[in-house]
Design a protein around this ligand. Structure first.
Ligand SMILES: O=C(O)c1cc(=O)[nH]c(=O)n1[C@@H]1O[C@H](COP(=O)(O)O)[C@@H](O)[C@H]1O
Length: 273
């Protein structure tokens, strides 16, 4: 039985620093790496990432969409990526942003968090915008299997505030309500609970009270979307030490050479550690 996700991610960050490297095989990156834009190119790209990053960074975040775009052959590559990082000390956070009614959510949970599922990762991104309670099957299964979830709170895209910064009759933002729900699930866990949040490093003033979260925060938008080291301090302040800055394109553009790609990731890793 694996240790709880909170313990495993804390250990990985202590060993490697907090950087999360996104594995986003855009067609333009495959071309830039001199690879064909098909499932064979995808596999070469993905396995180069495994070779360059396994055991070097705390977390990697394969973006499922870029694998799904190649159909069943692409999903098979994603399975090999998940397997490639297993037992390397680098955790796999599968970026799928799933969210659905509870009964369907239970099936998504089984796919990404269930014991023995080919796509089961260490953690997964999920969307609470069908209501936080709809995520319960995923939260329950993650807890049972020692895995984690990262719930979207304030995303890095410019359209997010329409939903996420909307306020209820008491003036509480939707994002804060998600923070509070996550905090309730994590209460009492040590060193942190299994429910993380996603808050873009680009969002500026969050206006969130994160003091009771007791969980990790994934901060995408680092690198290609413009956020830098200074933003980590200004956006996250006192909870900075719980933040996993996440960068994809800005690191991946250094491939296809394994050594060069690894060095680029380590440079960013050291800049945020
Ligand atoms: O959940 C995410 O990872 C995510 C949330 C968010 O608010 N913004 C965001 O960009 N992401 C993901 O983070 C990655 C960003 O990639 P780069 O902009 O290339 O670093 C993409 O895979 C996005 O889907």
């Amino acid at each position: 039985m694996r240790a709880p996700f909170g313990a495993r991610v804390t250990e990985a960050v202590a060993a490697h620093g907090p950087l999360c490297v996104g594995i986003d095989p855009h067609a333009s990156l495959l071309e830039q790496w001199g690879l064909p834009v098909d499932a064979t190119g995808l596999e070469r790209f993905a396995m180069t990432c495994v070779e360059a990053l396994a055991g070097e960074v705390a977390v990697v975040k394969p973006q499922s969409a870029f694998f799904e775009a190649h159909g069943s052959a692409g999903v098979a590559v994603l399975e090999r990526v998940v397997a490639g990082f297993r037992d390397t000390g680098t955790l796999v956070l599968l970026d799928v942003k799933r969210g659905d009614i509870g009964s369907t959510m239970a099936a998504y949970a089984q796919a990404y968090l269930g014991e023995g599922s080919p796509l089961a990762a260490d953690a997964v991104t999920i969307s609470p915008y069908l209501g936080f309670g709809s995520l319960t099957p995923a939260l329950d299964l993650a807890e049972r299997t020692g895995r984690g979830v990262f719930v979207l709170a304030l995303t890095s895209n410019k359209e997010g505030p329409q939903v996420q910064r909307a306020r209820d009759e008491n003036g509480v933002t939707v994002a804060q309500a998600m923070v509070d729900e996550a905090a309730a699930r994590n209460a009492g866990a040590s060193p942190v609970g299994p429910v993380g949040l996603v808050i873009g490093a680009t969002v500026g003033a969050t206006e969130l009270d994160l003091s009771k979260l007791n969980g990790m925060i994934l901060a995408p938008g680092f690198g290609a979307q413009g956020a830098g080291v200074a933003d980590l301090a200004s956006v996250f302040g006192p909870v900075r030490e719980r933040v996993l800055p996440s960068s994809s394109r800005d690191i991946l553009r250094h491939g296809p050479d394994v050594g060069t790609l690894r060095s680029a990731a380590l440079l960013v890793r050291d800049s945020v550690s």
